[in-house]
Design a protein around this ligand. Structure first.
Ligand code: SF4
Length: 447
């Protein structure tokens, strides 16, 4: 069977972003090729950044199956593409996988006839089993024995099968097959590429689907990670972003990876996502010594009540200490905050701005609360004092402009104003200089 994966277009210029190949397709490719299938990839951002570009790929390749990833950020674009394909090629089965469809398969299949099959949780085994079944022209009844899929049966009823067993040792999935990507486009655009060396997260934040999707924290061995690093360095990349939701969730593994990087004399700069709780002296020292120059830390809020409510597992005081610790190891700090988090008000956001002025991160970014399907915040926004008027917000584009949820104390327009205010101030390279003199009292309170 010929399988065509599609990386959707963006609704804005993609060349204002970090562009990385969608590695999920590379992992699936390993398994598909083992079973004798051919794998192709249509990277629409590099092909006119328009949904129509997919049609010429289909005309040339004549695929038997088409696969896309469905995440909240790109679901609107995924649907644009699948609707277009169904208009022109109604007989080609279309499969979507990813965290969004995993948690709302009935909603997705009931509302979107352009999607035929969904892959739930880790896709490797389920996707290949599905392609093999399509090749064998399996009946709906036979499809029910494939783990981790959802589909409409011959009566139009949505069938959801139990998930495939969790694979604990991610080395089993191999190094993603990057030969399916047009890497020359990525190399021409940027010297940085992405590796993903773990799935899931040890934390249980109630607004995040990572922990539900990953089911538990699983990772690659240090040897496997360094083999993959060597591979991408040999391809010409010179910087790496570890796109794991939390790269350093296991301190020993992190230190072992750093030791192995140095033992192999691998020279490259890298960044990673990090939980504040994982910022420990021995870990930070090892990371800096192995080329880490920046970490991305989701602070989310500096209100104790909010951190408790969203089960962030930390306190404002600890966040303050960790921010300073990270910087003391000469590692740049990219800090992220939620504006319009449960309990947010004008007062709490003024305090957040003071906090940022004091910790003085290299970069600060701000997002509004976007409750993701499957999470407790999505299922029960009222428990968090949030109002989410449209549970299908992820099907539309409005969420890029309008906050999808708000609090009793902050309207949507007020949240937007706060986000603009934060970006106006903290995207100024001199922001600390302009405020330091006002902050002595606040600083003393945090010290
Ligand atoms: S620490 Fe980050 S990745 Fe982990 S559950 Fe919380 S928000 Fe998600």
């Amino acid at each position: 069977m010929k399988v065509l994966f599609v990386n959707p277009h963006y609704s804005f210029d993609p060349f204002t972003l970090l562009l990385h190949p969608p590695l999920a397709f590379g992992y699936l490719s390993n398994f598909l090729k083992k079973d004798g299938h051919e794998v192709y990839h249509a990277d629409l951002p590099f092909h006119g950044n328009r949904p129509e570009a997919v049609l010429s790929f289909i005309e040339t390749i004549q695929p038997d199956v088409i696969g896309l990833t469905a995440v909240a950020q790109s679901f609107y674009h995924t649907l644009e593409i699948t609707t277009l394909i169904k208009q022109h090629y109604p007989a080609i089965p279309i499969v979507a996988g990813g965290p969004l469809v995993t948690f709302v398969p009935e909603d997705v299949l009931t509302r979107h006839p352009s999607l035929d099959y969904l892959i739930l949780y880790d896709g490797e085994e389920s996707f290949v089993a599905l392609v093999n079944a399509l090749q064998a022209r399996a009946t709906s009844q036979q499809m029910k024995s494939i783990p981790g899929i959802a589909f409409r049966d011959s009566h139009g009823s949505v069938i959801v099968t139990p998930p495939a067993p969790t694979v604990s040792d991610l080395d089993y999935y191999g190094i993603p097959d990057r030969s399916i990507f047009e890497l020359k486009n990525y190399l021409a655009y940027d010297y940085e590429t992405v590796l993903v060396t773990s799935r899931g997260c040890p934390s249980r934040c109630t607004f995040c689907s990572t922990t539900l999707m990953g089911r538990n924290f699983r990772y690659n061995s240090p040897k496997h990670v360094c083999d993959e690093i060597e591979q991408v360095l040999n391809m010409g990349f010179s910087s790496i972003f570890f796109g794991d939701d939390t790269f350093s969730g296991n301190s020993k593994r992190t230190i072992d990876i750093c030791t192995e990087i140095n033992a192999r004399s691998l020279k490259f700069n890298w960044t990673s996502n990090m939980r504040a709780i994982d910022a420990k002296p021995d870990v930070l020292e090892a990371m800096r010594g192995a080329g880490a120059y920046r970490v991305f830390v989701g602070f989310e809020s500096i209100q104790n009540s909010t951190l408790k409510l969203i089960k962030k597992g930390t306190t404002p005081e600890r966040l303050f200490q960790k921010a300073n610790l990270i910087k003391s190891y000469d590692i740049e700090l990219h800090s992220a905050f939620i504006i319009g988090a449960p309990g947010d008000s004008d007062v709490s956001l003024r305090e957040t701005m003071d906090f940022i002025r004091i910790i003085n991160p290299t970069v600060a970014t701000f997002n509004c609360m976007e409750p993701r399907p499957g999470t407790d915040v999505y299922n029960h926004p009222e428990r968090y004092g949030l109002i989410m008027p449209d549970k299908y917000w992820y099907e539309k584009l409005d969420w890029m402009e309008e906050p999808v949820s708000y609090t009793a104390d902050l309207s949507r327009s007020e949240i937007k104003q706060w986000i603009n205010r934060c970006y106006d101030e903290f995207c100024s390279p001199t922001f600390l200089d302009t405020h330091t003199n006002d902050l002595e009292m606040v600083k003393a309170a945090w010290a």
